[in-house]
Design a binder for this molecule. Structure first.
Ligand SMILES: [Zn+2]
Length: 475
């Protein structure tokens, strides 16, 4: 058998099928190692293991799911609890940020996340596209990245603020674009720079210098009730033009919306997704939900970063997301991961469950929902469910999430593109050592099967610290 046709099977006893939103028994998945894709999914007739071969992977007794998709991440950011976003953008070297991102990618993969929808480098230009390509070449392990490079924002909006020192040079954290011609050109620039997805700041908070939320020397004696509200950055026409140009370029659009009011603008423009929505100052939630449903717009609520960065909004966010889900809004699970620790991504799903959304719907939002948020077939791949031709992204949990509310934290097995990165809870193959030529073995056989499961762990992963609450800017 030539190497290009080598296949193996992954046998399961409990498998979550997100298309059916059901846990199925005794399913096996056949994987083609050469293409990294699934070539068959079938039900075994009984629990007999005698058909299992030594090339197969036995995941019976574990709970098997498609690899998770985090629909809102920042691979170059680490927890704002460690260093604020502004400090990371301003003070960290490109090398430090890249080394950190490399570690984040490994941790994400080992946590069951085989795809990241990465929404902006935060002042590192299009380095995310370069990291994506490194992962795709197998130079370093990590989730499949779909990247935004720089986000679009109107003049003076995002970020780092410098109105008090207007001559100060600061790193550029967005692609500044104004007017319909301006946003059209910016979409073209982003796509040219390697973006898989367009991110646009539909609104942002611009009064942090005026009314900082701090005590001490820069305390404001009599601040307004809303110190730093999220204010629209674009007209309806500008957003519609952004979407129009992105459609021509065949890339999805993610719109940062702090306020429900702005999400209505974005939904009417036909964006693929709205991100966040932490506030509803103008009582527009019902209208927003209606527009999201009508325009088939995905909501990525980023509850995990609300919990970590803006806990005062969390209860409202949870109730709003539940209401939206009940009304038929399409949800995708994305934590704004990076503002809190990569590796704790499943916190988003836990919060969605806490909000009252059924487990099966949450798992679907973190798999099929993620694929749709990446643009669906526009992204060039299929993943997030088990079917012939899909990427062989397969993970397993050590315990059953129907019984154990912390099961999502217990990822015991990870396969991406048919390659195993974690087995029995132990990381595998994260470092590639060059091999001396084995002349004897070469002479003996050029067709010996490489055992998938015999690789030894080559490095131990540090365990991320728990999420801590702090104040900071959201991205
Ligand atoms: Zn973000």
């Amino acid at each position: 058998m030539p190497p290009s046709s080598r296949t193996f099977k992954v046998h399961t006893s409990i498998l979550f099928d997100p298309k059916k939103k059901a846990f199925l028994k005794n399913i096996s998945i056949e994987v083609d190692q050469a293409s990294g894709s699934i070539i068959n999914v079938y039900k075994r007739h009984d629990e007999d293991r005698t058909t299992f071969t030594r090339h197969d992977i036995d995941l019976t007794g574990q709970v098997v799911l498609p690899g998770f998709v985090d629909s809102h991440t920042h691979i170059f950011l680490h927890s704002y609890n460690e260093r604020s976003g502004i400090q990371q953008m301003r003070d960290e070297s490109a090398v430090e940020r890249t080394v950190r991102a490399t570690n984040h990618a490994r941790i994400a993969l080992l946590s069951g996340y085989t795809t990241y929808r990465d929404l902006g480098t935060e002042a590192l230009g299009s380095a995310d596209a370069n990291l994506r390509d490194c992962i795709n070449r197998g130079i370093t392990p990590g989730p499949r990245l779909f990247v935004a490079t720089d986000a679009l924002a109107s003049s003076g909006s995002y970020e780092i603020r410098r109105e008090n020192r207007s001559t100060l040079e600061v790193p550029v954290a967005s692609d500044v674009a104004d007017g319909v011609d301006g946003v059209r050109a910016a979409v073209r620039r982003r796509v040219g720079a390697g973006a898989d997805i367009i991110k646009i700041y539909a609104d942002y908070r611009r009064k942090v210098m005026r009314f900082p939320n701090t005590e001490g020397a820069d305390r404001i004696l009599f601040p307004p009730d809303r110190r730093n509200p999220a204010i629209p950055l674009y007209t309806q026409q500008e957003m519609m033009t952004t979407v129009d140009e992105a459609r021509i370029a065949e890339v999805p659009v993610a719109a940062h919306c702090g306020e429900a009011r702005t999400a209505i603008f974005a939904a009417r423009a036909g964006v693929t997704s709205v991100e966040h929505v932490f506030e509803d100052t103008y009582g527009k939630l019902d209208e927003m939900i209606k527009e999201l449903v009508k325009n088939k717009v995905i909501w990525v609520p980023t509850l995990a970063t609300a919990e970590a960065e803006a806990p005062q909004f969390l209860d409202w966010c949870k109730s709003a997301v539940k209401k939206a889900h009940d009304a038929g809004v399409r949800l995708a699970a994305g934590g704004d991961t990076g503002a809190f620790h990569h590796g704790l991504n499943v916190r988003e799903m836990e919060l969605m469950i806490e909000a009252g959304i059924p487990l099966e719907d949450v798992l679907e939002a973190c798999t099929v929902g993620g694929w749709e948020a990446c643009g669906g077939d526009l992204c060039g791949f299929r993943f997030g469910w088990f079917a012939k031709g899909n990427r062989a992204d397969i993970i397993a949990l050590a315990t059953d999430p129907r019984k154990d509310r912390k099961a999502l934290r217990k990822v015991s097995f990870v396969m991406k593109d048919g390659q195993v990165w974690k087995k029995d809870g132990v990381p595998l193959g994260l470092v590639n050592y060059p091999q001396w030529p084995d002349e004897e073995a070469e002479a003996e056989s050029s067709d010996e099967w490489t055992e998938l499961s015999t690789a030894q762990p080559t490095m131990s992963m540090s365990v991320p610290l728990p999420v801590c609450r702090s104040t900071g800017s959201l991205s």
